[in-house]
Design a protein around this ligand. Structure first.
Ligand code: 8LH
Length: 463
């Protein structure tokens, strides 16, 4: 049995002053190292409560579940929960249109709303989220607990190098670090000239933890070198990432660790599934742990939507277990991953994604019957001597076949023919597919201060 009394209350009331001793490895040892049975019992308790709460307070879920005759009392096991219909971004968008501006899934009075955030809306109308104060505090608390697992401590100073905008990534990192008692340096990213300024501030201030996207860290390193500064001089001991693939791609992880000299930690789910740190690596860096008592994550088949066994590939579906302002139940991510329940050295019982999230279904390209993701290409590009960090996949359609040209940039003085042949050979070995490889001078491809776009789709589907 779990010693903690946390499973007796929903929504949980955490002691917001609590902090383990700095030498303690776990924040809540009894939960993080519980038996599978105890952990499942805690998850089920939270699942039942969040469903009951959503049914009582959310117009969106009342209508959605009534249509299929589902009542929360029908859910008496985690197996039963697998039958609960999935929630998609499209449904949430429709609801936001119909019940503008906040939708019918906000379960607290407007007077209790503490923060409003949203998605960037690059693929349609932005999605808006409301957070009440208690949710916000619980998110901070859980983020602090998870950051503890990769070694962050109150003596750390975290440099936040992603936009402090509607994007919940930066704010989630900020409030987690504050709850942990660390200092923060919310520098942001995205303004013209900001990266040059970052280089000079970092040399002066020497924060110990970096937070941002992997593409931006690589761009920052490139800029530093251009300005005659070795990124190791910044002195980061932890580089913590979310928002896009990279930190879970072996050659990118190695590159970041070699360039900066600190450990590279992968993290991140989706804004809607906040607390988004519920997928985060521990200090051993064996793939993200699924902190199942914070957000219950299932991996399901992309077509049948049935849960896949450990060891298999599927799409993560998220259920944050403590949100009362805007709960989401079984939220479809559209991402691809493989999960495992093999133990990690850290002793935590959570399942893991050993390769992180390696692609999105929408960004997957099928070349001669083989599914190719940008992160597979990334793993090759980042390990080849003589190439810069940037790359893109340009997809075209020749008659009925898709073709992919991999564009990357050269550094140094390697013979281009030899380099092109090496890339082709290694891409073929990694993916089983032959690609056209195009080498470009350093600085040709677009740099990003946020999430990189790695696939340029030039197929004309009207033909
Ligand atoms: C990832 C990863 C990752 C996110 N590996 N792909 O930063 C975390 C949250 C706040 C975030 O980025 O939310 P947002 O903007 O809604 O984007 C979610 C998508 O970003 C997610 O579906 C993935 O495709 C991608 N992503 N973290 C690989 N560590």
């Amino acid at each position: 049995m779990l010693k903690t009394s946390l499973k007796q209350q929903w929504p949980p009331k955490y002691d917001l002053q609590y902090q383990p001793d700095v030498n303690e490895k776990y924040w809540y040892k009894d939960i993080e190292t519980a038996s599978k049975e105890d952990l499942d019992e805690l998850i089920l308790f939270k699942v039942k409560n969040v469903m009951k709460y959503a049914y009582e307070h959310s117009g969106f879920y009342q209508r959605k579940w009534s249509k299929v005759g589902l009542h929360p009392n029908d859910i008496n096991s985690l197996k039963d929960f697998e039958q609960v219909p999935i929630t998609t971004k499209a449904e949430v968008r429709e609801d936001l249109e119909e019940y503008a501006p906040f939708g019918s899934n906000v379960c607290i009075p407007y007077s209790d709303v503490h923060r409003i955030h949203g998605t960037s809306g690059t693929t349609g109308k932005p999605t808006v989220f409301s957070f009440g104060k208690e949710d916000w505090e619980r998110i901070a608390h859980q983020h602090a607990r998870i950051m503890w697992s990769f070694g962050m401590r109150p003596s750390d100073l975290m440099f936040i190098a992603s936009p402090l905008s509607l994007y919940i990534g930066s704010w989630g990192a900020l409030i987690g670090a504050e709850r942990l008692g660390a200092k923060t340096f919310p520098f942001g990213a995205g303004q013209a000239g900001q990266t040059e300024k970052a280089v000079s501030w970092l040399k002066e201030v020497k924060p110990t933890v970096f937070y941002g996207t992997p593409s931006y860290a690589l761009y920052l390193a490139e800029k530093a070198v251009e300005l005659g500064v070795d990124p190791k001089e910044f002195g980061f001991r932890i580089l913590f990432f979310s928002g896009e693939p990279g930190a879970g791609v072996p050659s990118t992880k190695k590159k970041i660790e070699d360039l900066f000299g600190g450990i590279c930690i992968d993290s991140g789910t989706m804004a809607e599934a906040t607390p988004w740190m519920s997928n985060t690596e521990c200090e051993h860096r064996t793939g993200v742990h699924l902190w199942q008592d914070v957000v219950y994550t299932e991996v399901v088949d992309q077509h049948s939507k049935a849960r896949v066994p450990y060891g298999q590939e599927g799409v993560p579906v998220y259920t944050p277990l403590e949100r009362t302002s805007q709960p989401v139940i079984r939220y479809w991510s559209g991402d691809l991953t493989t999960w495992t329940d093999e133990p990690c050295q850290c002793g935590r019982v959570y399942p893991r994604l050993p390769k992180g999230i390696y692609g999105r279904i929408d960004d997957m390209v099928t070349v001669r019957g083989v599914n190719v993701y940008a992160s597979l290409i990334e793993n090759v590009v980042r390990r080849i001597e003589g190439l810069g960090e940037e790359f893109v996949m340009v997809v075209t359609r020749e008659k009925i076949m898709d073709e992919v040209t991999v564009q990357c940039e050269t550094v140094g003085s390697r013979d281009e023919n030899e380099l092109r042949q090496q890339i082709s050979k290694e891409l073929k070995r990694e993916t089983g597919v032959t690609f056209v490889v195009e080498l470009l001078p350093l600085g040709t491809l677009e740099r990003t201060q946020f999430k990189a776009k790695r696939v340029i789709d030039k197929r004309n589907f009207k033909e």
